[in-house]
Design a protein around this ligand. Structure first.
Ligand code: TA6
Length: 281
């Protein structure tokens, strides 16, 4: 077995870290947004969708991978859409390789620019660890100020699928969801099937979900993220998005570990931590 490797690299001209576990599992994380843009389980194929038209200019949000949504979700707040964490430069905090894993963590702290958008002192840390068929992501938020603050957050995971019309998302039966412009509904199907635009926030969702494709599956396990957002823009919305190819919607499904229905209040000096684990099966 070879050793774990953690190498700096340029990814589409942007500084990034590449992690390789001793078993060959690989991931790439941009410093811009601490944005995970690629995950290849050991002996497997790419599991994250990254748009061929994604913009890598060190300013824009990158279309695909796992954008970190913090401190607000979508337009549910007065700051930038989906928060500023995905468009700020993060620092590498720690890298570590073991006999069966590779790990890196990244931090973002309040500065003059974040305070002009959101007047609070915080420290965010994002840790990615990979081993075999498994990817672990952890988001820690600390209130480093002297007043409480409220925030929402999500790991806006763009999962790669061969053909979205053939997937089944299991585990959300009976869970209530909010869908843009519609009343709260309850999912009555045995599985979520995607054959049209979908943009739902499932509130109080179970911690374990299974995304089945005809020849493979992905298990999703979360901790401390009570909501799950399921999003696919479908044909019309996709055509309106300059950073997606017209048929890009067919190869992705966002399944987001989220804390968005009820923002969380964090006392001065307190910390919160949420995790999402993906296992290729
Ligand atoms: O999480 C789902 C969502 O809020 C959708 O409504 C959709 O617009 C998506 O995020 C992408 O948002 P973005 O700001 O990255 O274009």
């Amino acid at each position: 077995m070879t050793e774990a490797r953690i190498d700096p690299l340029q990814f589409h001209g942007q500084p990034a870290l590449s992690l390789t576990a001793p078993d060959g599992a690989k991931a790439v994380i941009l410093l811009h947004g601490a944005h995970l843009v690629s995950w290849i389980p050991a002996g497997g194929a790419e599991r994250l969708y990254l748009s061929e038209r994604a913009v890598f200019d060190g300013k824009s949000a990158v279309r695909g991978g796992v954008p970190i949504i913090f401190p607000q979700f979508a337009e549910r707040g007065s700051g930038p859409r989906h928060g500023f964490a995905r468009t700020r430069p993060w620092q590498v905090e720690l890298t570590r390789g073991g006999v069966d894993f590779a790990l890196a963590s990244f931090t973002l702290r309040a500065d003059a620019e974040t305070r002009s958008l959101w007047p609070h002192d915080f420290r965010a840390e994002f840790t990615v660890s990979l081993s075999g068929a498994r990817l672990d992501m952890e988001l820690d938020i600390a209130n480093t100020g002297t007043r409480p603050f409220q925030f929402s957050c999500a790991l806006h995971s763009y999962l790669r699928v061969a053909d979205v019309e053939t997937v089944r998302l299991e585990g959300l039966q009976g869970v209530r969801y909010e869908s843009a412009g519609a009343a709260v509904r309850r999912d009555n199907g045995h599985a979520v099937i995607v054959d049209d635009e979908i943009d739902r926030i499932y509130c109080g969702a179970p911690d374990t979900l299974l995304l089945r494709e005809p020849h493979r599956a992905l298990a999703l396990q979360s901790e401390n993220f009570p909501d799950v957002v399921v999003w696919n823009p479908w044909e019309v919305q996709c055509r309106r998005m300059a950073d997606m190819p017209a048929d890009g919607f067919r190869r992705m499904l966002c399944i987001e570990a989220a804390r968005v229905a009820q923002p969380l209040e964090l006392a001065a000096g307190a910390e919160w931590c949420g995790r999402q684990c993906l296992v290729a099966v």
